[in-house]
Write a protein that binds this ligand. Structure first.
Ligand code: X8Z
Ligand code: ZN
Length: 385
């Protein structure tokens, strides 16, 4: 795709989710103002947000009866990665090779280490053959549970296209969004109630609030789109395609944060700072970030298909564990790597073009709740134009 085509895809994703984002933004302004006992601000102060880039607001909601953090902190140190592997194996995929455990760096360094490591998770196909590794700093909490499943998605993708039918140069995702989608899909599925009760991680008799669960999911997947397809993508577009002036880096960054996320800095951030570079992808993974936004759109398409056609379960309430048919469906998507056209692969796997509709439909019940909550409140983000 050309740069312009890719930008158009990004804008269309933002347009599709904007009405919901706008409601979430208003809800968050009022919720946070109450929490901090302050007047309702026009735009969200960055230092009120539970994530330094404002890319994930899930911590704003605690769903009673669904608190996985409490459970995970009692588990042994290697539980997350072993249980993550067990999940993939339950779908009929292979165990990880021993070398994965021997050569990866999965846990935070001890305080007295004489070197540093990037604590942002990544996965590596070292030799485009059987040497598969991950760099993580796993601690036993929900975020690392989902992140570990995400990284294992890359590892299983590497493994699937390492076969004689896929030439070395095509050992990559059907497109890069696919590569990001597989593990995140399992991350989404792994936090749904039937999965958690099936594993005995939460009490199946606990009354849990479905609307709050959906809100929490929206605070991850919907909130991400203006950030991933908007702020990050446009900043790098300005940087690489338009030779953004070095004296304008921070100004541009915060203008984009305002425009796409409705987030403002705690105080004036001058050009003596370069806040964009606090994001690891800006430093070491250039022009890649829209992959994640695309992956979220794709993963809701895959999830919708798996829930309705394979598991015959409500997409909001699934349990993938042990479904060999789901494993085969995912394996068939991953196995050809980039040796097939990604659009054709979407047609042959789910019979559809790329579309945010399954994602928007998934969150449709939340719109009514937010409109009710936001009744009489002022929206400060404009409608999409
Ligand atoms: O960087 C990642 C993965 C590594 S490929 C953990 N993600 C993005 C981020 O953390 O900013 C996953 C979702 C978005
Ligand atoms: Zn990834």
């Amino acid at each position: 795709m050309t740069v312009e085509e890719m930008r158009a895809v990004c804008q269309s994703m933002i347009k599709d989710i904007w009405p919901l984002y706008r409601e979430l933004h208003t809800w968050a302004r009022y919720t946070l103002a109450e929490k901090y006992g302050k007047e309702v601000p026009d735009m969200l102060p960055a230092h009120w947000m539970p994530n330094r880039w404002g890319q994930d607001w899930t911590a704003l909601v605690n769903v009673e009866g669904m608190n996985l953090d409490e459970v995970l902190k009692e588990k042994p140190g290697n539980w997350i990665v072993k249980e993550g592997e067990r999940f993939y194996v339950s779908l009929g995929l292979d165990s990880l090779p021993h070398s994965f455990y021997e050569l990866s760096s999965l846990y935070p360094l001890p305080d007295d280490a004489d070197y540093k490591k990037n604590n942002h998770a990544s996965a590596w196909h070292i030799d485009l053959n059987n040497d598969l590794r991950s760099l993580m700093s796993i601690v036993n909490n929900t975020r690392w549970w989902a992140t570990t499943l995400h990284e294992l998605g890359h590892i299983y993708y590497f493994d699937a296209y390492t076969n004689p039918d896929v030439p070395i140069v095509l050992r990559t995702g059907a497109n890069r969004g696919y590569h990001e989608a597989i593990g995140s899909l399992l991350g989404l599925a792994s936090l749904q109630k039937p999965f958690l009760t099936g594993l005995g991680l939460i009490d199946e008799n606990a009354k849990t609030d479905e609307t709050m669960t959906l809100l929490k999911e929206a605070l991850e997947y919907i909130v991400f789109i203006p950030w991933g397809a908007g702020v990050m993508t446009d900043f790098e577009w300005e940087l690489y395609s338009n030779n953004l002036d070095a004296g304008q880096f921070n100004k541009k960054w915060w203008n984009l944060k305002l425009e796409y996320q409705g987030i403002v800095p705690p105080a004036e951030r001058g050009e003596e700072y370069c806040d964009a570079t606090s994001k690891t992808h800006i430093n070491n993974d250039p022009a890649q970030y829209y992959d994640y936004a695309i992956s979220y759109v794709l993963l809701f398409q895959f999830h919708d298909y798996i829930a309705k056609n394979i598991l015959k379960q409500d997409p909001h309430s699934t349990n993938y564990w042990g479904s060999k048919e789901t494993g085969k469906f995912l394996y068939d998507i991953m196995k050809p790597g980039a040796s097939v056209d990604w659009r054709e692969l979407l047609q042959t796997s789910i019979g559809s073009d790329m579309s945010a509709k399954p994602m928007v439909d998934y969150f449709a019940p939340l719109m009514d709740y937010l409109k009710e909550q936001n009744k009489g409140r002022e929206h400060t983000l404009p409608e999409y134009n």
